[in-house]
Ligand binder design. Structure first.
Ligand code: ACO
Length: 322
């Protein structure tokens, strides 16, 4: 079995930063409420001519500008998104075309906030199987396009952005054992409307927007992730105090705090992207990891637990060695 490790990381967000004051003008809310209930201070919204595939390509360009790596022999591109420019062609094919990656296969995964972690699990599997050696995994969203700006309970949460990692066959075992799982019965609590008019016989709204039962998703996230953290550590032969950094999906800073309270994991050893970027779904974990790496917090050899969770409801995680 061939080992795999992450050898480079890049990111991109659109130019337009949106602060909490913006929401004070369009819904009944305050900067204080948003900060205290979610942790979010800023998020970025794509302009009319910026699409998810542009953010993917810019994140890859950032990656190559920072690391001495070549992408021309990438043999698979995996993009996680729930906001593709179009359902077809896939975003992975757009990236393959725009970066002229002649030898790459291309596929999108569709697992919302868990999608980037699923992409890592899949890349590890392809490399372990010996069929591929160099895989780009990208998490990218333009959630502002599917945000209901009349919904005061959700519109301030979402942001746009992309993160990309290069995963290569390696002597070192840089991507450890994984957990994956789903609670599909919670599909009614977090969905993108506009495709069907019911879920399991329950009527749903039909405009194409994110609809969520925030409290239910919050509770599920805290309970399930607190259960999965020690499971994932144990699968990797580790205890939680041997994990240097925890990078959960950044849905809400209070969710991260609550998971830390439940598991006893120190909050200071978490990396987040919620404060500066909002909830960017597929992009949130690579954005958080990127900030940890660029700030110098994450050092070579650190053990980092990634745990994505969200729409589906679904989750996936692994422990990487940086
Ligand atoms: N501004 C001010 N007050 C508000 C706002 C707002 N924007 N929104 C709700 N409130 C009020 C409510 O009306 C309520 O008032 P009441 O007590 O008088 O009834 C009060 O604040 C508390 O409301 P809650 O819904 O209990 O607020 P909560 O603390 O749960 O926070 C939130 C809401 C932020 C949505 C939280 O539940 C959350 O983060 N849930 C998880 C969301 C999530 O992870 N979604 C994943 C989606 S990502 C994807 O898959 C694309």
């Amino acid at each position: 079995m061939t080992n795999a490790r992450i050898t480079a990381i890049g990111m991109s967000v659109p130019e337009n930063a949106v602060d909490n004051k913006y929401f004070e003008n369009i819904i009944d809310t305050t900067d204080e409420w948003i900060v205290s209930r979610t942790g979010i201070r800023t998020r970025y919204h794509a302009g009319p001519d910026v699409f998810t595939s542009d953010l993917c390509v810019n994140a890859c360009r950032d990656l190559t500008s920072r690391y001495q790596v070549a992408l021309d022999d990438v043999d698979m591109i995996i993009v996680s998104t729930v906001t593709p420019d179009q359902p077809m062609p896939s975003m992975a094919c757009r990236v393959q075309y725009k970066l002229d990656l002649k030898f790459a296969g291309a596929i999108d995964v569709y697992a919302a906030c868990a999608g980037f972690s699923y992409g890592i699990v899949m890349a590890k599997g392809l490399i372990a199987a010996g069929t591929h050696r160099k895989v780009l995994v990208i998490g990218a969203e333009t959630l502002s396009r599917i945000t209901d700006f009349t919904d005061r309970t959700s519109c301030m949460l979402f942001g746009d952005g992309a993160g990309a990692v290069l995963i290569e066959a390696s002597e070192e075992n840089g991507i450890g054992a994984c957990v994956t799982g789903a609670n599909g019965e919670g599909g009614i609590d977090l969905y993108l409307s506009g495709f069907a008019d019911q879920i399991d016989g329950q009527p749903i709204t039909t405009s194409r927007k994110i609809v969520q039962n925030g409290r239910k998703v919050f509770k599920w996230a805290v309970t399930k992730m607190s259960e999965q953290m020690p499971v994932l550590a144990e699968k990797n032969g580790l205890s939680l105090d041997q994990i240097d950094w925890f990078v959960p999906h950044s849905a809400n800073l209070r969710i991260i705090e609550a998971i830390c309270n439940e598991t006893g994991f120190p909050f200071e050893k978490t990396l987040e992207s919620i404060v500066n970027f909002g909830n960017t779904s597929s992009a949130s974990i690579p954005l958080a990891l990127y900030s940890g790496v660029q700030s110098g917090k994450v050092k070579r050899g650190d053990r980092i637990m990634l745990l994505g969770f969200g729409g589906g409801l679904a989750y996936a995680g692994t422990v990487i060695t940086w």
